[in-house]
Design a protein around this ligand. Structure first.
Ligand SMILES: [Fe+2]
Length: 252
């Protein structure tokens, strides 16, 4: 009997534990900060290459890295991000790192994003439709409904980064349900499953998995500190529960 069979019963279990490549079942990582020097992610190209090599060794096939676009701190543009991607890709290939590389962005829901949407500016997306965005950790946004509506009208599929990391929504499952009803997809941070962001975020992550609300999983890797936590994730039953239910990463 497999490890999953023992925990979840025979119906869901197809994965034998332990798997050879722990993250090969995920395939594509859709959230990270691996372009050096343009946000609070990796500082040097050497750090970027080290993490890419490690991610490849862990079984990932593709990395879609997502630098912050946040008007107060990180005024990145598509041009800056794509130039950075070209630099990282070239350096990776020279080092024999052949993992597939793409870039999008993690947009902070601020006035600048609202203006970009109003001006119909082309925004960076994952697979030409998924728009990754985050919100303040301190105050709930009062305009999220309008922003999501406008994004949908323009053909984007909004994906909320790490929904388990917003304390003002803890204990309010109706908010999560409402967001899902609006058409927002949820991207869980992989390291939430080992408590990297604290027990409350971990608990929320597990509840969202139990409620089958998670659409994507992402490493949100900023540096080596995240890698060490990531390597522990395959020891967690909730990782395998989510993997068994399926996430959209593997379709990208
Ligand atoms: Fe991020």
């Amino acid at each position: 009997m497999s490890w999953l069979n023992r925990i979840f019963g025979s119906k869901q279990a197809t994965i034998q534990y332990p798997p050879v490549n722990d993250f090969s079942i995920i395939g594509t990582d859709i959230h990270s900060h691996l372009i050096p020097g343009i946000d609070d992610g990796v500082a040097t190209i050497e750090d970027s290459l080290e993490l890419l090599r490690e991610l490849q060794d862990l079984g990932y096939k593709k990395i879609i890295t997502t630098p912050h676009i946040m008007s107060d701190y990180f005024r990145n543009t598509p041009e800056i991000i794509m130039n950075g991607l070209a630099t990282v890709t070239s350096a990776a290939r020279q080092q024999g790192i052949n993992i597939e590389l793409e870039a999008a962005a993690e947009y902070y829901l601020d006035e600048a994003l609202v203006q970009m949407i109003n001006r119909n500016e082309k925004l960076l997306t994952i697979a030409e439709k998924y728009l990754l965005f985050e919100i303040s950790y301190v105050n709930p946004p009062d305009n999220i409904q309008n922003v999501v509506f406008d994004l949908n009208i323009q053909g984007y599929v909004p994906v909320l980064a790490h929904p388990e990391r917003y304390p003002f929504w803890y204990g309010k499952p109706e908010i999560y349900r409402k967001l899902k009803d609006l058409g927002v997809l949820f991207q869980l941070n992989t390291n939430s499953l080992v408590g990297y962001y604290g027990p409350a975020a971990r608990h929320c992550a597990e509840l969202l998995i139990d409620e089958d609300m998670i659409d994507f999983i992402g490493s949100d890797m900023h540096g080596v500190r995240h890698l060490e936590a990531l390597k522990k994730v395959p020891n967690e039953k909730y990782y395998w529960k989510l993997a068994a239910r399926g996430v959209k990463n593997s379709l990208l």
